[in-house]
Design a protein around this ligand. Structure first.
Ligand SMILES: Cc1ncc(COP(=O)(O)O)c(C=O)c1O
Length: 394
């Protein structure tokens, strides 16, 4: 693994982060983090756990009470037929759950179909598990959804699984009920595993409803579903996520890996998670309403201040604007990058102090786009738009 790890790609997001450190008073729209505060229900349960000295080792797969509450949530909200809390395993955020899912599911050389664009950390997690991610483009004209005939045509005798992520990072696209039925059909007819990354399950707009693949008949048996508290309760730094699988072999492998990688996820954070689930869930809807206004503010604002150089319809979910670079935008002559999305990002960071991520970093299908996170505060979004106005005026 030592030398092999040298070949696992790292994300250009890191390069952007390094560029941002050299910027005075930056607008950090590059980071996929929310500006909200965590709910009091979560914070007081976490503080109470500290005061009660709940600082010792725990069960490897998580606190039983947390597993029970999540089992109930998965059954009633996600309509996933979870039978036993043992199916729910607590992880150090969604990123850890995805890493464990990859390690537990694939053999070296197995092909896994993935969307292009894709969140780079997931691509790398597959490579780190010695799998071969096979990029299948999401089609912008279809609202960044698969062409499902194309997806089916990419299955080979070496395909072991597929990865879906709805709502999607970076495009904000969402799969519909009939899309999920197509995924289920492809998976069942080729005997594939599916990793369903539902990190943004609670960030859906305009009255839409998030749907879980594992709620479809028979799909819980072949799906590893991944969720996180990061975005739902605004606790990206506390690190709390979970993985759901009903296959005993996968459960054993994941528990073994949990033992090796964390022993248990932070005790007090898990108590905080219990507090969040036992408390009012109204905060989720409140976050969503506010994010929808910020989405509308940013998407309309960016198109206006850039004179159409950056635009896209408002996304149905997640909190990213994946804006298309107009065909007639000419990269500055000083640009050293052959990629238009990198050239635009360097321009916006260098001239406007606006952090953003080049679409090509998420895969070839993301070229000519730039990702902006609109979950930042309104003041930061408005500052970024004003700065963008100046950049495009000059
Ligand atoms: C698509 C996707 N999946 C999973 C995650 C995991 O988030 P966390 O590790 O904070 O739970 C993220 C975070 O940005 C994401 O964008």
């Amino acid at each position: 693994m030592g030398a092999f790890l040298d070949t696992v790609p790292t994300s250009g997001i890191i390069r952007v982060r390094d560029l941002m450190y050299s910027v005075d008073k930056p607008f950090r729209l590059d980071q996929g983090d929310v500006s909200f505060d965590a709910p009091d229900s979560l914070k007081s349960a976490l503080k109470a756990a500290v005061d009660a000295n709940q600082t010792h080792y725990l069960q490897t797969a998580g606190l039983p009470r947390l597993q029970e509450l999540l089992t109930e949530k998965l059954r009633t909200k996600n309509l996933i037929p979870v039978v036993s809390p043992d199916e729910v395993m607590i992880t150090n955020g969604g990123v850890h759950a995805l890493y464990l899912a990859c390690q537990a599911l694939v053999e070296p050389g197995d092909e896994v179909l993935v969307p292009d664009p894709i969140w780079p950390q997931m691509f790398s997690a597959l490579v780190a598990a010695h799998a071969v991610p096979v990029r299948v483009p999401l089609r912008e004209r279809l609202g960044w959804r698969f062409d499902f005939d194309e997806l089916a045509s990419r299955v080979t005798s070496g395909t072991r699984g597929l990865y879906i992520n709805s709502p999607h990072n970076p495009t904000g696209g969402m799969l519909t009920q009939s899309d999920l039925a197509r995924v289920a059909d492809i998976a069942a007819s080729h005997n594939l595993w599916v990793i369903s990354d539902e990190a943004y399950e609670d960030v859906v707009f305009d009255g839409r409803k998030h749907l879980s693949l594992a709620s479809l008949p028979g799909m819980h048996d072949r799906t590893v579903s991944v969720f996180t508290f990061s975005k739902t309760y605004a606790i990206t730094g506390l690190r709390l996520g979970y993985l759901v699988a009903n296959d005993p072999k996968i459960q054993d492998r994941v528990r073994k890996l949990l033992g090796l990688t964390t022993n248990n996820v932070s005790s007090v954070v898990q108590f905080g998670g219990i507090g969040a689930l036992e408390g009012s869930q109204e905060v989720i809807a409140q976050f969503c309403v506010e994010l929808q206004s910020r989405r509308d503010l940013f998407c309309a604002g960016a198109a206006e201040v850039s004179n159409g150089a950056l635009s896209a319809p408002p996304p149905p979910g997640a909190f990213y604007a994946f804006l298309r670079i107009a065909d007639d935008w000419a990269a500055p002559l000083t640009s050293t990058s052959s990629s238009r999305s990198w050239a635009m990002v360097e321009h916006l960071i260098g001239r406007g102090r606006i952090g953003c991520v080049p679409g090509v970093d998420f895969g070839p299908a993301g070229e000519n786009h730039v990702r902006f996170c609109f979950a930042r505060s309104r003041a930061e979004l408005e500052g970024a738009l004003e700065s963008m106005r100046e950049v495009f005026r000059s």
